[in-house]
Design a protein around this ligand. Structure first.
Ligand code: MOS
Length: 740
């Protein structure tokens, strides 16, 4: 009987977070710290011809103004890039953009100087006095204009067709073809990115907002040419990141450079506006989809081609079309993702990267096909249900999507839907009901953790993983408490520090499967060790007990199959003069996983009400059903899925980073003009889990679920808007102007 796993637990770090005890990167008190303020350029492409820092340097309290003229060369040297969560990411050279390395300008608002002063105010004031002249060159920031030049990215799966999609498309009795667009979007976490760096001789300590302390360590080691062990990264709390701290951003290296040059601790924090160019973003994505089907609704051909932008300096690819290969049973398919250069900063993974974009297009296209065929959109999905992985032919390790569809339809009341657009009303509002499918991977990566169990029954759990907000501290504590048989309050967790055992970056919804498995493995190792120690006593009641037949509970090590046979853990430790015992465990994805296809799935049902005079859309009701293995902490997990729905509403109706292409400059880099949902935009959201008993995916049976919650929502909303209005909006966000 599980005491913690599967139970609703409040987050163990909640009180620390709301009382301000939890320290975020820029909040650490470091004596003698100097403050840096970044100066951003104002052209999109070209070169700096002159930069005058004299006036800035004369400001009281200014210590140094770094520009490309007095900044040492920083990396890059080859480094591993292990932070990539989605598939297709491989080892690659760390070519991430490093600031102040030359007079060249690659994107608008590129950092061109860093002012260091005794106070933040002095640095910020002096930053305005730096004078720059440029020699501008023609730039391209509109992905539409460079769409034709799109190329296959080096990273990612090759675009191999399945079957003969073109011929199948020609022969299909029913077909639809459409193009969909997603603008650039930004993550906008609450906590602005920031770092404090200090050097002691050749050793760097950096407090940084990061999703991966080890990947940042490697980036900085390669940047400064020091061994990775010389770099300590500390990141115990992260106020949201969503992918924006997965790849190296330029400010940690810049901060550490200044600290090294000045032989003094330096702190740099982005302003909200600097975040729009200081970390990545969801790329501008154009998708063309053609679907061919029989009259029965069976798909015979799918051609899904995506193009998105990258920067001129780095190749980024979010594998937009990747999941299309596995969603529906279809023998003929072509689904490439191509990239094209723009003179913007480099995009990055953003919540449900690739998946939410690709599934927006695919799931809208499925709705269009449903209308072409006059088949209920949910029915069309069931007709094309993939009982095995259509890509590999492998069986699923588990897939409860059918039950998600069934239960979701029942909860939502889908059977009362009238097929005809504009056929449902609530007073003067047009009512629309839409559905879509969600999909995400069930990733697992090698991860390590360590547990120290003390004779007094308390335990300490540590792993280097970040907790960017989903409740990782709590998950670790729950798993440890469950398998050590102690109380949750007896477990202390530590994370987000390179002094702890290696763990993957937190991203891609893989932490519980990876780090949770490592914590579980540590607890088992402690049990096995205790059994061995206990059985050194000839009179041990646990003689001849198999290691997998023992468990720890309430201070006892006992036989699972006969709990009257036990030893007291404290007694065993005392007899062996142990005040505590420590086990470190590395968990790895099992070879068994190779034999199966592993995905997490979801189904979404959405009601919108559209004001026919104003074109405003209200998402009045959402039922989201997800099947993502075992749920460790339903409270935190529902929060993840609700958050996914809210973000999906933002993506569907509000979010867009607007660029003035004449200057290649972002026009709305702030929370006043970049719209995200507020409380008034959010109505009834019900999330439900259809739990899967999956012994293949990992010992805990967990799949990724955080990113999953968002996938499908924008499509379901767009489909509901079509149902309400008869207008098919294929370009996000669906703002009132597009409906009038
Ligand atoms: Mo994940 S892209 O780090 O939200």
């Amino acid at each position: 009987m599980a005491r913690y796993i599967g139970k609703e637990m409040s987050r163990v770090d909640g009180v620390a977070k709301v009382t301000g005890k939890a320290k975020y990167a820029a909040e650490f008190a470091v004596p003698n710290v100097a403050y840096g303020f970044i100066v951003n350029g104002s052209i999109a492409k070209g070169a700096i011809t002159a930069i005058d820092t004299q006036e800035a340097e004369r400001v009281a309290g200014v210590i140094r103004v770094f520009t490309h003229l007095n900044t040492p060369k920083l990396g890059p040297k080859p480094a591993s890039n292990e932070q990539a969560p989605p598939r297709g990411a491989q080892e690659e050279e760390d070519k991430s953009f490093r600031a102040l390395q030359s007079e060249r300008i690659f994107f608008n608002a590129q950092p061109i100087a860093l002012v260091i002063a005794e106070t933040y105010e002095a640095a910020r004031f002096a930053a305005r006095l730096v004078k720059v002249t440029y020699s501008p060159e023609p730039h391209v920031t509109d992905t539409e204009t460079v769409r034709e030049g799109a190329r296959q990215p080096k990273q990612g799966p090759p675009p191999k067709p399945r079957g003969n999609p073109e011929e199948a498309m020609r022969n299909a009795p029913v077909k639809i073809e459409a193009e969909y667009r997603i603008p650039i979007e930004h993550h906008n976490p609450m906590e602005p990115h920031g770092a404090i760096a200090l050097w002691q001789d050749e050793k760097l300590t950096i407090f940084d907002k990061t999703q991966g302390v080890y990947s940042l360590r490697e980036h900085l080691a390669s940047t400064f040419g020091v061994p990775p062990e010389n770099v300590s990264v500390v990141s115990p709390f992260v106020g949201g990141a969503f992918g924006s701290s997965l790849r190296p951003n330029y400010y940690p290296a810049l901060t550490a450079m200044a600290a090294r040059e000045l032989k003094r601790p330096v702190k740099v924090v982005y302003t909200r506006t600097q975040m729009y160019t200081g970390h990545g973003y969801r790329p501008y994505t154009i998708q063309k989809i053609a679907l061919g089907a029989e009259q029965s609704g069976k798909l015979s051909a799918m051609i899904h081609e995506a193009v998105h932008n990258t920067s001129a300096t780095e190749e980024f690819n979010d594998n937009t079309t990747n999941f299309t290969r596995q969603v529906y049973a279809c023998p003929n398919l072509f689904a490439p993702t191509r990239i094209t250069n723009t003179d913007l900063s480099t995009p990055v993974w953003m919540r449900a990267p690739g998946a939410v974009s690709g599934m927006f297009a695919l799931e809208c296209a499925m709705d269009e096909l449903a209308y072409e065929l006059n088949i209920d959109p949910l029915e069309l999905r069931l007709i094309n249900y993939a009982d095995v992985d259509p890509e590999s032919g492998k069986p699923w390790s588990s897939k409860a999507l059918r039950e998600c569809y069934r239960l979701g339809a029942e909860k939502f009341g889908w059977k009362d839907r009238k097929m005809e657009p504009r056929s449902m009303r609530d007073g003067r509002f047009l009512v629309g009901w839409g559905t879509a499918t969600g999909v995400w991977g069930a990733f697992q990566r090698p991860a390590s953790a360590t547990i120290t169990l003390r004779a007094n029954g308390t335990a300490n759990v540590a792993s280097a993983t970040s907790d960017i907000g989903p409740g990782t501290y709590t998950m670790m504590a729950m798993i440890a408490a469950e398998y050590l048989g102690v109380k949750l309050e007896q477990v202390n967790c530590e994370l987000g520090d390179t002094k702890f055992p290696r763990a993957p970056s937190q991203g891609g919804s893989q932490t519980t499967s990876s780090v949770g498995s490592a914590v579980y493995g540590c607890a088992l190792a402690i049990g096995a060790k205790l059994l061995e120690l206990a059985n050194q006593d000839a009179k041990s009641p646990l003689k001849d007990t198999a290691a997998d037949d023992i468990e720890m509970l309430d201070g006892r090590l006992q036989r699972k199959s006969d709990t009257s046979r036990f030893v007291r853990i404290a007694d065993v430790m005392k007899r062996h003069r142990l005040a505590e015992m420590t086990e470190t465990h590395e968990s790895k994805p099992s070879p068994e996983r190779q034999k199966y296809a592993l995905l997490a799935h979801g189904a979404q049902f959405v009601e919108v009400k559209v004001d026919p005079d104003l074109g405003t859309v209200h998402v009045t009701r959402v039922n989201e059903l997800t099947a993502c293995g075992k749920i460790i902490n339903p409270k935190a997990s529902h929060s993840q899925e609700i958050g996914g729905v809210v973000w999906g509403i933002g993506m569907a109706l509000q979010e867009a980073t607007e660029i003035d292409h004449r200057y290649g400059r972002i026009m709305n880099p702030n929370l006043q003009h970049y719209h995200v949902p507020v409380n008034a935009d959010i109505h009834a959201i019900e999330t439900s889990f259809v739990e899967e008993d999956d012994k293949i995916v990992n010992p805990l049976g967990v799949k990724g679920m955080g990113e999953l919650g968002m996938v499908g929502i924008p499509a379901a909303i767009a489909n509901a808007v079509f149902h309400a209005t008869g207008k098919r909006v294929r370009e996000l966000p669906i703002t009132p102007d597009k409906l009038l």
